[in-house]
Design a protein around this ligand. Structure first.
Ligand code: SF4
Length: 337
């Protein structure tokens, strides 16, 4: 299924999510974790919900489990019963991750000894004791090991607007790239690279240049398969780190250069003011970006119009704090007119 914005058709990202987040009440106590962010994403994303603890037959409700480190080896133990479910959990993780189709990211439950990706308590014993270390849970750890440089977040971190923005940018980029992999054509790869040039440049200049060299190294008539696999291997780390404001500014100045003969002095000054506000922290990225978008529409710049930098994910998923969008509670309700 594709989703459409004014200028871009989006492939639907596929994301593994902890089932207890907004999907089913599968927690040890029969609860479900509310997540405004996951609830908003549901209509846009092909989610694969999973609860490893239920999958290995621990039931709902169930006694809690914890990670216990003995002789340097971590075990998953149910303290109330003394049951060791380490092997069942490892077998499940292997089977599940072997069998799922290609995915673009993960949203996992934080601090869970099973699903957590960091900060999970590791105990010296199944008896009441203080934690001796922190790390990922069993399932979360296996996901991190198998999917290096992938967008992997927990439901707590994606409450942060910037983390969510970066996560969405990455999963939508990777969902697009899965289409290149399905078609296995060199022309598809060239088109993907060409539409993502500015987005890649904003992430890391070095990665952008290496990816460009990789595409340029292709010999005519050679099969594209190996190249497409190598491109993914380089694409993942290239977009793993969020762009800095300085990198975004470079890309926007580069874009503005395409209109240098068409704009008057005042128009350029308005743009540079918006860029300076963003640089100084008095304005958002949307300010100068929207000016560029209006020029792209006005001058019909096909190259920029196709750049994913200007539409990294559907507009409907863009969100700003309610107090900025005047959608929050009425702050003057208690005051007379
Ligand atoms: S954190 Fe993971 S194992 Fe625990 S209830 Fe949620 S999905 Fe199941």
């Amino acid at each position: 299924m594709t989703q459409e914005s004014r200028k871009r058709q989006f492939a639907e990202p596929r994301v593994v999510v902890s089932k207890c987040i907004e999907f089913e009440p599968v927690r040890y106590n029969g609860d479900m974790i509310p997540s405004r962010e996951v609830a908003r994403l549901k209509p846009f994303i092909d989610f694969i919900p999973v609860c490893p603890e239920v999958e290995i037959g621990l039931g709902i409700p169930r006694e809690t489990i914890r990670i216990v480190r003995t002789d340097g080896v971590d075990h998953l133990i149910q303290p109330s019963t003394g049951r060791d479910v380490t092997e069942e959990m490892k077998t499940f993780c292997t089977r599940f991750l072997d069998e799922i189709p290609p995915v673009d990211g993960f949203i996992l439950k934080n601090r869970s000894p099973t699903s957590g990706i960091n900060g999970v308590r590791v105990y010296p014993s199944a008896q009441p004791s203080a934690p001796i270390a922190h790390g990922p849970g069993f399932f979360g750890g296996e996901v991190l090991r198998r999917y290096p440089s992938y967008p992997i977040e927990d439901e707590g971190r994606i409450k942060n607007h910037r983390i969510l923005d970066h996560f969405l940018t990455r999963i939508y980029t990777l969902a697009d790239y899965r289409i290149v992999e399905e078609h296995q054509t060199f022309s598809g790869l060239v088109e993907f690279h060409s539409h993502n040039k500015l987005l890649l440049m904003a992430h890391t200049r070095k990665g952008y240049e290496e990816l460009g060299r990789l595409v340029g190294s292709h010999k005519r008539k050679a099969p594209a398969g190996d190249l497409i696999a190598r491109y993914r291997a380089l694409l993942l780390p290239t977009i793993a780190k969020a762009p800095t404001y300085a990198q975004n500014i470079n890309v926007m100045l580069h874009s503005e250069g395409r209109f240098k003969h068409q704009l008057n002095h005042e128009e350029k000054a308005v743009f540079l003011d918006a860029l300076e506000s963003y640089r100084a922290g008095n304005g958002t990225l949307a300010g100068p970006k929207n000016i560029l978008k209006s020029w792209i529409a006005r001058f019909g710049d096909k190259y920029l119009n196709e750049q994913t930098f200007f539409a990294p994910y559907p507009d409907a998923l863009m969100e700003y704090p309610p107090e900025e969008t005047e959608r929050g509670r009425d702050l003057w309700a208690d005051f007379p007119d």
